[in-house]
Design a protein around this ligand. Structure first.
Ligand code: CMC
Length: 422
């Protein structure tokens, strides 16, 4: 028998019985009791804002699956482009479907030449994430057909353009910030190798990245591709719900990702490790965190109350990368931090474990990416997740423009006092 929950309004004695499905009850139950009743839920701690078939995160068990496939299997055997297809279409592609998809994404990697002059307008030391947010938003002006969001073929065209052009915009943002000429995409290369070529090519006619490093980057792209209703995906859905074009919605999502509590955490982790400076300073740092003088960046998660499964894979990938690049000198501090934190009551009682960002920055740094590029490296693959949610939103008959209510706690009505009388 289906489980139900009965809610009683003690003021009136009225009762409503609602089904409990997938751990949720419909908010319509409250409206039925009293149309003016609201749930006060800051930061959406107890709100399921949509039904979704894309990604499952089981925070207690430390499970992450895209469309039912365990993240460990995808990281081991798939590629980022295949995972992007899976997120967007719901199924793994056949060989032909994958070849078409790979071809389409590959031939859309170039950006309009005017985008370069747009980037030229930024100050020489502009943060590449700021440049990325702005240039993604600017793409909407290059593709006015993107406004036809209910035209399926136009919609898929924008999806392909976005996934294809994000690495180009990201690499251009980097090249500009270091005063180097832009490198155009090399469409004979795979997705990750092409990005590395646009990042690092200098005088050589063709840049061939170390295949093991390109593979490691591709694995990191898989791990970052989606994570259900996180802050940036919620931004994507909220802006998308007003029927804005996907470039504007993606720019909003990228802006949400920029914050240090979300995608900015990988950059913040390295800055934290640099501040700590040496292994013997770890206990003092942990003590300062416990005194509330800052957070242990790369630790804790709203949903995971055990080890983030992505962090386990990142840690393995780090070992593989360091075999090629040599170890990152900050690794010892990170390992010691993890070991001290995981045996300290403050962290265990609050169920604070390493998240995906704790070790990813160490890999990026070993691969030569500047700190400012770390969040950009998160934004590139997360674009496929954002777009999968955007498409799901547009097809969801239960969705409307996102418009939460509030608990007004401000002043009662009062008369305006002219400036001279104040
Ligand atoms: N270091 C020290 N204390 C922490 C940390 C941390 N990293 N994270 C949470 N806490 C404490 C917090 O002070 C609070 O303690 P108390 O109950 O005594 O007030 C308790 O744990 C619960 O914290 P919260 O802020 O209510 O938890 P939340 O679910 O709102 O926050 C979080 C989740 C990820 C924002 C937070 O854990 C955090 O700030 N972590 C550091 C930043 C970080 O690594 N972010 C990356 C997240 S994973 C990738 C992504 O989503 O982008």
């Amino acid at each position: 028998m289906a489980e139900t929950i009965t809610i009683t309004d003690d003021r009136t004695g009225k009762q409503v019985t609602v089904p409990l499905e997938h751990g949720t009850i419909p908010s319509s139950a409250l409206r039925e009791l009293d149309p003016d009743l609201r749930v006060y839920d800051p930061a959406f701690m107890s709100t399921a804002s949509c039904s979704s078939t894309i990604t499952l995160v089981d925070g207690d068990a430390g499970i992450l699956r895209y469309r039912g496939y365990p993240i460990e299997q995808l990281a081991e055997s798939s590629t980022y482009l295949e995972v992007a297809y899976l997120l967007l279409h719901g199924e793994l592609p056949t060989k032909d479907q994958f070849e078409d998809w790979r071809h389409e994404v590959t031939i859309h990697t170039y950006v309009h030449e005017k985008v370069k002059s747009f980037i030229d307008g930024f100050h020489y030391d502009a943060h590449p994430m700021g440049v990325l947010v702005s240039t993604v938003a600017a793409l909407s002006t290059f593709y006015p057909d993107a406004k036809s969001i209910f035209d399926e073929s136009s919609r898929m065209k924008q999806v392909i353009r976005l996934i294809a052009k994000m690495p180009t915009l990201a690499a251009f943002a980097h090249r500009y910030s270091v005063g180097q000429p832009f490198v155009y995409p090399d469409n004979s290369l795979d997705y990750a190798s092409n990005f590395l070529s646009m990042m690092y090519q200098t005088v050589e006619p063709r840049f061939d990245a170390n295949p093991a490093l390109a593979k490691a980057l591709d694995v990191l792209f898989i791990l970052h591709a989606d994570h259900e209703q996180n802050c940036s995906t919620t931004a994507m859905r909220t802006v998308g719900s007003s029927q804005a074009d996907p470039y504007s919605a993606t720019a909003a999502a990228a802006a949400a990702l920029y914050g240090p509590l979300h995608g900015g955490a990988n950059e913040a982790v390295i800055r934290m490790l640099q501040r700590i400076g040496s292994v013997d300073q770890v206990p003092a740092f942990i003590e300062s965190v416990k005194q509330g003088e800052g957070r242990l960046m790369g630790f804790g998660h709203r949903v995971y109350k055990s080890y983030d499964p992505r962090a386990t894979i990142v840690k393995q990938t780090a070992d593989e990368v360091f075999e090629i690049t040599g170890s990152n000198p900050l690794l010892d501090i990170a390992l010691q931090l993890e070991s001290v934190a995981l045996s300290d009551d403050y962290f265990t009682e609050r169920k604070l474990y390493p998240n995906v960002d704790f070790y990813s920055g160490l890999i990026y740094q070993a691969m030569g990416f500047p700190l400012e590029m770390f969040t950009v490296l998160f934004a590139i693959p997360r674009t496929s997740g954002w777009l999968a949610h955007w498409i799901e939103l547009l097809g969801d008959k239960e969705q409307k423009i996102a418009r939460p209510r509030q608990k007004y706690v401000g002043a009662e009505e009062r008369p305006y006092v002219p400036l001279d009388d104040r």
